[in-house]
Design a protein around this ligand. Structure first.
Ligand SMILES: *Cc1c(COP(=O)(O)O)cnc(C)c1O
Length: 371
C-alpha cells in the first residue's frame, strides 16, 4: 500500500531508546537487573519533588496552568533571567522539535555534530529540513568544520555541551570567537542537558550568550540531575522575541500539572542536587580506577556518562551484559563499533558493572603486571 507520507518523513529512522528494565527482565526471565544505559539519576527522583507532586493530585480534573507560572518564576529566579526568556517543554525533546518547526522551512539547512544526540536529526527531518552533518574531531565538536559547513540556506546549528555520547565540552573562549564568525540570520542551539555535571572551569555556559547575534537558545532538562526523566520537563532559554514564536506553535498544555509542581520543587532541592553530584563524580572516579586496573581505554567525561573501548563487538558485549542483568548502551549505531556507553550508578551498581564487564571480556580486576 502506498501511503501519502512525504519523502522526508519516510527518511526518518526511529529513535532507539535504552531498554526499560521491565522489558529486559521479561525477555530474559531475570530480576534485580541494573540500568546504566540512559544517563538517568541513580538516586531516584528528588524527595522534595515527590512531596510537591502529591499536593497536585486532587486538582487533576483541571487543565494545567498553560503558562507554567510558578515553574517559570522558579527557574527565572534561580538562573537570574527574565521569565519571558523561558519556554517550558514536555522534556527538552519537545523544545528541540518546536525550534525546528519554527525556524526551518522545507529545504532549509541545520548543521549538526555527529555522533551526537539523535533527536536533532529527527526533528530537523520532521520539518523537511536538511541536516548537514559535521563529524566530531578527537571526539569533540569541531567548530571550525561547522563554520565551513555554513551556506546561504543555513538556519540552525546545534551544539551539545557536554556532547552525548562522548562527554566532551566546548570551551567558552573558543565559542565566543566561533559565534562572531557565524552569519547573524540563523539560530544557535546549545543543548545543556548535562551542564550541571561539568567539572571543567573553562566550559562554555550558554546562558551568557542568549542575547548575542546570531541568537543563542539554551536547552536544559529535569531528566538527568533532578531525577525526573519519567515526568518529562525541560525548557529553553532564549530572547523573548524568539520565545514568542515558540509559544505560538507549542501545545497550550505541553507540561502537565504534576510535572510543573515536581520540577519547581526539584530545582529548589539543593541537598538532592549536591548528593547527586557527589555520587556521580565519585562514581566516575571509582569506575575510571577500576577500568585502569583492568587495562581498558575510555574517554574521561564532563558529564554523568562516558564511553569505554571494549576492544570487541560492542553489540556482543551489550548482549552478554544483558544476560547478567546489566543494561549498557552499545555505541555501534553512533559509529563506535567497539565502544559501550554507561552512566555512573550507585556504588553497588558500579561494582556489579565492573565484575560483569570483567567476566564478559575475560579481564582480571587486579592491576596488570608492571603497573
Ligand atoms: C537526555 C538528553 C536530553 C533530555 O531530554 P528530555 O526530553 O528533557 O528528557 C536532551 N539532550 C540530550 C543530549 C540528552 O542526552
Amino acid at each position: 500500500m502506498k501511503l501519502p507520507v512525504p519523502e522526508y518523513i519516510q527518511k526518518i529512522s526511529p529513535y532507539v531508546p535504552g531498554k526499560p528494565i521491565e522489558e529486559l527482565e521479561r525477555e530474559y526471565g531475570i530480576s534485580d537487573s541494573i540500568k546504566l544505559a540512559s544517563n538517568e539519576n541513580p538516586l531516584g527522583p528528588s524527595p522534595k519533588a515527590l512531596e510537591a507532586l502529591k499536593t497536585t493530585l486532587g486538582s487533576l480534573n483541571r487543565y494545567p496552568d498553560g503558562s507554567g507560572f510558578h515553574l517559570v518564576r522558579t527557574i527565572a529566579d534561580t538562573l537570574k533571567i527574565p521569565g519571558e526568556a523561558i519556554v517550558l517543554g514536555n522534556g527538552s525533546d519537545d523544545i528541540i522539535a518546536l525550534l525546528a518547526k519554527v525556524f526551518l522551512a522545507p529545504g532549509d539547512e541545520a548543521i549538526l555534530p555527529t555522533p551526537s544526540f539523535l533527536m536533532y536529526e529527527i526533528s530537523v527531518r520532521a520539518c523537511g529540513g536538511a541536516p548537514v552533518f559535521v563529524p566530531l574531531k578527537s571526539l569533540s565538536i569541531d567548530l571550525e568544520a561547522m563554520l565551513d559547513a555554513v551556506t546561504s540556506r543555513t538556519r540552525m546549528l546545534f551544539l551539545c555541551n557536554p556532547n552525548n555520547p562522548t562527554g566532551a565540552v566546548i570551551h567558552r573562549e573558543r565559542f565566543a570567537e566561533f559565534l562572531e564568525r557565524l552569519p547573524t540570520e540563523m539560530i544557535v542551539v546549545i543543548d545543556e542537558a548535562y551542564i550541571e555535571f561539568v567539572r571543567d572551569p573553562d566550559c562554555l555556559q550558554g546562558l551568557a550568550f542568549v542575547d548575542s547575534s546570531p541568537p543563542v537558545v539554551v536547552l536544559r532538562t529535569f531528566s538527568k540531575l533532578y531525577g525526573l526523566a519519567g515526568l518529562r520537563v525541560g525548557y529553553g532559554v532564549m530572547a523573548p522575541a524568539l520565545a514568542g514564536f515558540i509559544h505560538r506553535v507549542r501545545q497550550p498544555f505541553n507540561v502537565n500539572t504534576v510535572a510543573q509542581a515536581a520540577a519547581a520543587a526539584a530545582l529548589s532541592d539543593a541537598e538532592f542536587v549536591e548528593k547527586t553530584l557527589d555520587l556521580v563524580h565519585k562514581g566516575l572516579d571509582d569506575l575510571y580506577d577500576a577500568l585502569d586496573r583492568m587495562g581498558f581505554k575510555y574517554f574521561p567525561t564532563q558529564s554523568n556518562f562516558f564511553m569505554i573501548d571494549v576492544e570487541r563487538s560492542a553489540d556482543e558485549v551489550f548482549e552478554a551484559m544483558l544476560r547478567q542483568g546489566v543494561i549498557v548502551r552499545s555505541m555501534r549505531s553512533y559509529g563506535f563499533p567497539s565502544y559501550i556507553r554507561i552512566n555512573a550508578g550507585l556504588p553497588g551498581e558500579n561494582r556489579r558493572f565492573i565484575s560483569a564487564l570483567a567476566s564478559v571480556c575475560n579481564r582480571s580486576q587486579a592491576a596488570p603486571q608492571g603497573k
